[in-house]
Every structure is written in structure tokens, then in C-alpha cells.
Design a protein around this ligand. Structure first.
Ligand SMILES: [Zn+2]
Length: 252
């Protein structure tokens, strides 16, 4: 991993941060790759691998598929569950430090890994849900992830009605929670700096949300260029998010 961000770019980013009262950090998969969580759409992404194996992620990661082929769905999930438990990386920790030092730093994330909270961040909006809670698809009863019990086919089952129990994650064909989206929109309007990091903003919701931003400065940190037209980035840093955040935190 090499840093391509120039000193001038980082200095400017630091200046934007210092001058801002309310910062939105809008993060995608690229903020968690350094925690060992593969992203979705890149060359080594989860969905890219699935497509190679003959699975269409849009068909697979949706509630109809879970109901029809729960053994297939949860077998795939089991592969993920067998990886080491991911820990917050430099990005999560540095952002949480800023918040703890009194800065109003609001996270809006597309990730479902809960790593910002694990790093101690309090203001986190999870657009695509999370794995901390699961629910029964038949009777809606909620379960903590550690309470979930699987049957002999490895399918998580409700112990009240034996329905299929699934994570509170927003899959394809499902909508983000109205409450979360409402809070995200209000935060966008309240912020003066928007940092878009580790995402290409491919979902319609992501695109719609950033148009609510009415503040001064927009910064994009990503390995590839991100189209935010008709908005314009005041600063584009083409780099790994973790590298930028680490170098930034070491600057005086
Ligand atoms: Zn149930």
C-alpha cells in the first residue's frame, strides 16, 4: 500500500476539518477493507467472486432467495462467519477519537459490520442495517445475534414459530429504514463538511442523500474517481482511506 495523497492535499483536508463544526463522514466498503472485510464490487469483492461462481448477487442477497433457499443463503453466510472477527481499523479509531475530543462527527455508513460503534463512535447511521439484531421472517420476533440458533441444516430458526431468522440487514429489493434515512437527510443539511470515503456511491439512496448536503466543502477519498455531478468535490484524494486518515492524524 503506498500513499499517493500529496502533503498539500492532506494539509487542505486538515484545514477543512479544523474549520468545520459539523462533519459528515459518508463511508462505504473501502473504510472496512483494512479490517479484513472484503468489499462488494471490486476485483476481489464478494459479489465479484459470487458472480464468478455462478451466483447473481442481486438474486441471492434478497428476501425471496432466503425464503426459497435458506440452506444456500446461510451456507454462504457461514463462510463469512468463519473468518476472524473483524476489528476496527485506523479510520474507525481516528474518527471516534475526533468525536470523543468534542468534534461533531457524524458517520453515515453503507457497511453492516458495526466497526464504528466497536471503535466507540456514538453518532452512527447504518443505511444498510447491521448484524447485531436478527428477526424471524414469519412472526417478526427479534433476536440478538448471539441468541440465534441454527437447525440441523444450518438454518437459523425462530424458537417460537420455527420461521427463518435473518439479520437486520437491508438486502436487494428492500428499503433502508425511514427513520435512519430521515436522520441522514437532516444531518446532511446540518453539516458544513462532507467527506465521502471508500465508496463509488453506486446505490440510488447514496446519490439521493448527498444532494441534501448544503454545506461548504465536499471531499472525496477513494481509489477511483466518484461521479457526484452536479455537485463538485473541493478535494479529491485518490488513495486508500486508512492511509489518508493515518497520515492526517499524525499531522500537527
Ligand atoms: Zn417466529
Amino acid at each position: 500500500m503506498t500513499t499517493t495523497a500529496s502533503y498539500e492535499q492532506l494539509k487542505l483536508l486538515k484545514q477543512f476539518i479544523d474549520e468545520s463544526k459539523t462533519i459528515i463522514f459518508y463511508g462505504g466498503a473501502g473504510t472496512s477493507t483494512e479490517s479484513g472485510i472484503p468489499d462488494y464490487r471490486s476485483k476481489h469483492g464478494v459479489w465479484t467472486a459470487m458472480t464468478r461462481d455462478g451466483f447473481d448477487p442481486v438474486k441471492y442477497a434478497n428476501p425471496q432467495f432466503i425464503k426459497k433457499y435458506p440452506e444456500k443463503f446461510f451456507a454462504k453466510n457461514e463462510e463469512r462467519d468463519n473468518r476472524p472477527v473483524p476489528e476496527p481499523n485506523a479510520t474507525h479509531k481516528i474518527l471516534a477519537n475526533w468525536e470523543q475530543s468534542g468534534k461533531d462527527v457524524r458517520i453515515i455508513t453503507q457497511n453492516v459490520d458495526g466497526l464504528h460503534q466497536k471503535a466507540g463512535h456514538r453518532y452512527v447511521l447504518e443505511l444498510h442495517g447491521h448484524h447485531r439484531l436478527w428477526h424471524c421472517m414469519s412472526c417478526q420476533r427479534e433476536y440478538l445475534s448471539e441468541e440465534v440458533k441454527r437447525d440441523e441444516d444450518n438454518i437459523p430458526r425462530c424458537f417460537v414459530c420455527e420461521g427463518i431468522v435473518r439479520p437486520n440487514v437491508v438486502y436487494f429489493g428492500e428499503n433502508a429504514s425511514k427513520d435512519t434515512v430521515g436522520k441522514a437527510r437532516r444531518s446532511m443539511k446540518a453539516a458544513d463538511l462532507l467527506i465521502i470515503a471508500g465508496t463509488s456511491l453506486t446505490t440510488p439512496l447514496a446519490k439521493r442523500l448527498i444532494y441534501d448536503f448544503e454545506g461548504d466543502k465536499i471531499v472525496v477519498i477513494n481509489l477511483n474517481e466518484v461521479n457526484i455531478s452536479p455537485l463538485k468535490a473541493d478535494l479529491f484524494i485518490q488513495d486508500w482511506v486508512g492511509e489518508v486518515m493515518t497520515t492526517l492524524s499524525e499531522m500537527n
